[in-house]
Design a protein around this ligand. Structure first.
Ligand code: 5CA
Length: 159
């Protein structure tokens, strides 16, 4: 029988199921806290890891979700132009409050509120990719085309 998931990972599994996606959350013994650690634990390229990064708008203090390839650094200027507002820093507490998940486990879906979302076009070069699933040990495998369905995000050049 499959091991039962921790409650945060189960939240992500439920969100996937609610969307009718038959994708399976797994919890690994090794850390998947960072993109590099996740790639090592899974045995894939760092670029195939989906980073779900939370930014905070400077004035309205809204959370923005940027879904980036593990090997890309987000160019914040690009996001600022698209949202017509500067970005400030999102600290760990802001991330936990606005997503319901801790840093290192933030998934691309299942958050406590709907998040304005941007998706890295570079993720679409891969057949399969891996995203965090609620904890720094939980991940799930997906196809890039699943991301727009999960998030209503806009696909852009991120780096
Ligand atoms: N589990 C992996 C992917 S499977 C993961 O979550 N990777 S991540 O890149 O999306 O999440 C780690 C990110 O959290 C870092 O890239 C960084 O942007 C952010 N982060 C780490 N520490 C802090 C901190 N103290 N405050 C704000 N953000 C942080």
């Amino acid at each position: 029988m499959a091991q039962s998931l921790s409650s945060s990972a189960q939240k992500v599994q439920n969100a996937l199921q609610k969307l009718g996606l038959s994708l399976q959350v797994i919890e690994l013994p090794n850390s998947t806290r960072t993109a590099v650690e996740a790639a090592q634990a899974i045995g894939c390229e760092v670029g195939q890891i989906v980073k779900s990064l939370i930014f905070k708008t400077k004035h309205s203090e809204r959370p923005i979700l940027v879904i980036a390839s593990g090997s890309n650094r987000v160019n914040e200027k690009t996001i600022e132009v698209l949202i017509t507002e500067p970005l400030g820093k999102a600290d760990a507490e802001f991330v936990r409050q606005r997503t319901g998940f801790v840093i290192g486990g933030v998934p691309p879906l299942g958050h406590s509120e709907a998040l304005e979302t941007f998706i890295d076009e570079d993720l679409f070069q891969y057949d399969e990719i891996w995203a965090a699933a609620g904890t720094p040990h939980a991940v799930f495998r997906l196809k890039p085309d699943d991301l727009p369905r999960m998030t209503n995000g806009r696909i852009i050049k991120i780096k």
